[in-house]
Design a protein. Structure first.
Lengths: 475, 333
């Protein structure tokens, strides 16, 4: 029999997913906590709105002719395995690849699919897949990294941004790393890169890319890399990278930053110590013990006390904020070929600071409080208010019904607020927010005499105030 | 089956020559081809019908969208001429059939908000029987309606479901020379055959990627000799069945550069030169990309999004590909 505390289940759902509806929390409560963590991490029967329905209604998504994160949005909105999408978002933020340079949206989409499929596997396997990923190859110019003329761009970034961080390797290591990845290119690289550079859709639309290993263009000479010497190829370099202490620290701190609590932006990690060094050490040990498994490291993380205590210590990214809201309100579960709102919503994510598949640089997005500006906060509040106050949205209707079921003529303002806050996602509110809500609720009670006569309008008013609060920006 | 040529060129413009997600075609008596373009969300103004012919001449266009006025579309799906040269276009979002003359002048609309077929629901495939009646597949109702040339409902058959005679999001539709009706039963991965009164006659195809198996068939056409041509959309191919529904062969596509494509490359020599030194015949793909969709997305000459199959009166097969923005043409043996 399960016994997971509802608030803890909601916390896990916010981190390993995009929050939970009341129906989902009912289901999660039936697990014991450890099994609930396994449920998120080991989900085998992934279900989401199927590709055929998306493609029939939106042939442009099938062809990937233009920038279009609608497909990813539909997956995030409808999946029963949100961890798969969450880990894709996690790696997208670190292995940041942007469309405007490569202009091949199918290649980007395939990269995101790779993150879905491989994102929880071992870090060395992930880095190998990343190094073979056509979008990454063109993004960091590895198709121009030749045996007789290296381009060190990928060799540098895999060390600096994708694994160890500045200060943990030498310039010579960068060059040797680049040599190891010579010959790792894409098929028809000259033509494909030219089409990408010119954003050419002619004559017959996009041609997606595929990895090609050109043995003749690979430098098979002896290399000395991070203290080891041999005729290293890319896989060998990755094997050496993954056993470095700096890599373990890098992975652990990224996982902590994304799943436990906001750290300072990544560029400051070289001189600002981790928020919780013992937690990082704990994750480093899990990473090593599991032979670099992200899934097993996350299993340890989600079962840790520091995770359980770290509620509402992260600022939701714009994509998390939007998907969390829309899964809560139950919108866009059915594909409509005439409705491009989901496209516009993902543009809204861009206005809030996170345009998926178009990170600002190879460093990805700066997270935490940097998500919030005066402009982005207004965008967030306007967005959530539009959806959370619409009683016609199925999720909102369901939440109102939940509140109505739990109140009587004798329900006090405190009880009413507790119910609303619980239904909206088991939130923790500050005293300031709580007091503001109490003023509204008490006024309504004084006018109406009870909460049962105009429940819907009062509940949506409470939802509007809560969703406009600072606390609602956190997860 | 002999490959003849390809027509088309991708275009991201809202006017002018070039296709953007072409979805279906129709033939007029003066041997012109009417191509229905869906466009994409950021550029829906370009939803339109373009007119060209087999010799690559381009004659113009009409019917810009999106919108609710008479000559506008929202989500157009299928297109066909009747024997009176009236051009019928279904719109699944408007729940309407819009009718134009062959010059693109709007004549009338049937369906939601009109005086005829007010209950029309999400129409997709459309065709005409030998007496001039109109047959329309209704996706969400899972049925087919027969309508007189004047727009009066005559008959309805089929219902949503998965058992024989029931339909799941039907798409394309056609008739043979006996006025038997063939429906691309899209989400049931099969073709279903009904007689002219809607009586169930048979079914063929099943889910899968093998010979004779189908994945989300979107269109069906019957040749003069009775062979049934199916746009096996989800498998990115066309399949040919005999008149009894037995598998005959697969058409994977073998497009060449169209006249319009050659003209475009002629003024973009850098791409032409890079193209000529490339090997666009993809031989091996990694396991996770070895699916019909990914093979088609990386191999320019094979079908990608073969959404419509139509046969002209000279028994030439036209395969419209929404993701390659072209039409491949074959001569039926």
């Amino acid at each position: 029999m399960g016994n997971t505390d509802r608030k803890l289940a909601a916390h896990l759902a916010r981190r390993a997913g995009f929050g939970a509806t009341q129906d989902e929390l009912d289901f999660y409560e039936s697990f014991n906590y450890k099994d609930l963590v396994n449920h998120f991490l080991d989900s085998h029967s992934v279900n989401h709105v199927s590709d055929d329905l998306i493609y029939r209604r939106h042939p442009n998504i099938h062809a990937q002719l233009t920038h279009n994160p609608m497909y990813w949005a539909y997956r995030m909105l409808t999946t029963n395995s949100p961890m798969q999408e969450k880990i894709a978002l996690f790696w997208h933020g670190i292995f940041a690849t942007a469309e405007p340079k490569i202009n091949n949206f199918g290649a980007i989409n395939n990269q995101i699919n790779m993150f879905r499929d491989k994102g929880l596997s071992k870090f060395d396997e992930i880095l190998i897949e990343l190094s073979k990923d056509p979008a990454m190859i063109v993004w960091l110019d590895n198709q121009t990294n030749h045996k007789n003329e290296i381009n060190e761009n990928y060799g540098r970034e895999i060390l600096e941004l994708f694994s160890m961080g500045v200060g943990n390797y030498t310039e010579q290591d960068v060059k040797e790393c680049a040599r190891a990845f010579t010959g790792w290119t894409i098929g028809n690289s000259e033509y494909m890169a030219l089409m990408g550079a010119k954003d050419s859709i002619w004559p017959y639309g996009r041609i997606f890319w595929h990895f090609e290993y050109d043995e003749k263009d690979h430098d098979n000479g002896v290399k000395t890399f991070l203290g080891e010497t041999g005729r290293f190829n890319g896989e060998d370099v990755i094997r050496i990278i993954c056993k470095q202490e700096a890599t373990a620290q890098f992975v652990a701190r990224h996982l902590y930053n994304y799943f436990v609590a906001d750290e300072v932006p990544v560029p400051q990690w070289g001189h600002v110590p981790p928020k919780d060094p013992s937690a990082i050490d704990y994750l480093v040990e899990a990473y090593r013990q599991s032979e670099y498994s992200i899934r097993e490291t996350l299993r340890v993380l989600f079962n840790s006390e520091f995770f359980k205590q770290a509620r509402f210590t992260r600022v939701k990214s714009p994509a998390e904020f939007i998907i969390n809201t829309l899964r809560c309100t139950g919108d866009y579960q059915v594909i409509d070929g005439s409705d491009n709102t989901v496209y516009q919503i993902m543009e809204d994510s861009g206005f809030m600071g996170q345009k998926l598949t178009n990170p600002p640089s190879v460093e990805g997005w700066h997270t935490g409080e940097e998500w919030i500006t005066s402009g982005s906060l207004v965008d967030r509040v306007n967005f959530v208010t539009k959806y959370i106050t619409d009683e016609n949205n199925p999720g909102v209707g369901n939440m109102i019904a939940r509140v109505a079921d739990r109140i009587t003529d004798k329900t006090t303002p405190d009880q009413f607020l507790e119910i609303c806050i619980s239904v909206l996602g088991e939130l923790d509110l500050s005293d300031e927010t709580y007091d503001a809500l109490m003023t509204v609720v008490e006024h309504t009670l004084s006018v109406e005499g009870s909460f049962t006569s105009s429940t819907a309008s009062l509940v949506t008013k409470v939802f509007q105030i809560v969703s406009s609060s600072k606390e609602f920006q956190l997860c | 089956m002999r490959y003849v040529k390809s027509i088309g060129l991708n275009s991201n413009q809202q006017i002018g020559r070039g296709f953007n997600h072409p979805y279906d075609i129709a033939f007029s008596n003066n041997e012109r081809i009417y191509v229905l373009n869906r466009m994409y969300p950021q550029s829906t103004d370009g939803i339109r019908v373009q007119i060209c012919d087999l010799e690559d001449e381009w004659y113009g266009e009409f019917g810009h969208g999106p919108g609710d006025t008479n000559d506008q579309f929202m989500v157009p799906v299928c297109i066909d001429f009747n024997s009176e040269e009236r051009l019928f276009i279904t719109d699944e979002s408007h729940h309407q059939i819009k009718i134009f003359d062959r010059d693109g002048n709007f004549l009338e609309a049937w369906g939601k908000g009109t005086s005829k077929l007010k209950d029309l629901n999400s129409p997709s495939g459309i065709c005409f029987d030998s007496t001039g009646n109109v047959l329309v597949a209704q996706q969400f109702n899972g049925n087919v309606i027969k309508v007189s040339a004047e727009g009066k409902a005559l008959l309805q058959f089929g219902e949503s479901g998965t058992t024989q005679g029931k339909l799941n999001l039907p798409w394309g539709i056609c008739v043979d020379d006996q006025d038997n009706v063939y429906v691309a039963d899209w989400r049931n991965d099969r073709i279903q055959k009904f007689d002219r009164e809607g009586g169930f006659l048979g079914t063929f195809g099943e889910s899968g990627r093998g010979e004779g198996q189908l994945s989300r068939p979107s269109s069906v056409a019957v040749a003069r000799d009775g062979r049934v041509i199916v746009a096996d959309w989800g498998n990115e191919r066309v399949q040919i069945f005999d008149k009894g529904g037995r598998f005959e062969s697969i058409l994977q596509g073998q497009a060449t550069l169209s006249k319009w494509a050659l003209e475009w490359l002629d003024v973009n020599k850098d791409e032409l030169n890079a193209r000529q030194t490339s090997d666009l015949e993809i031989k091996n793909l990694p396991a996770h990309l070895n699916t019909p969709y990914h093979r088609a997305s990386q191999t320019e000459h094979i079908f990608w999004g073969p959404v419509s199959v139509k046969i002209d009166d000279r028994q030439r097969l036209y395969v419209t590909e929404h993701s390659r923005h072209r039409i491949q043409i074959y001569e039926l043996d």
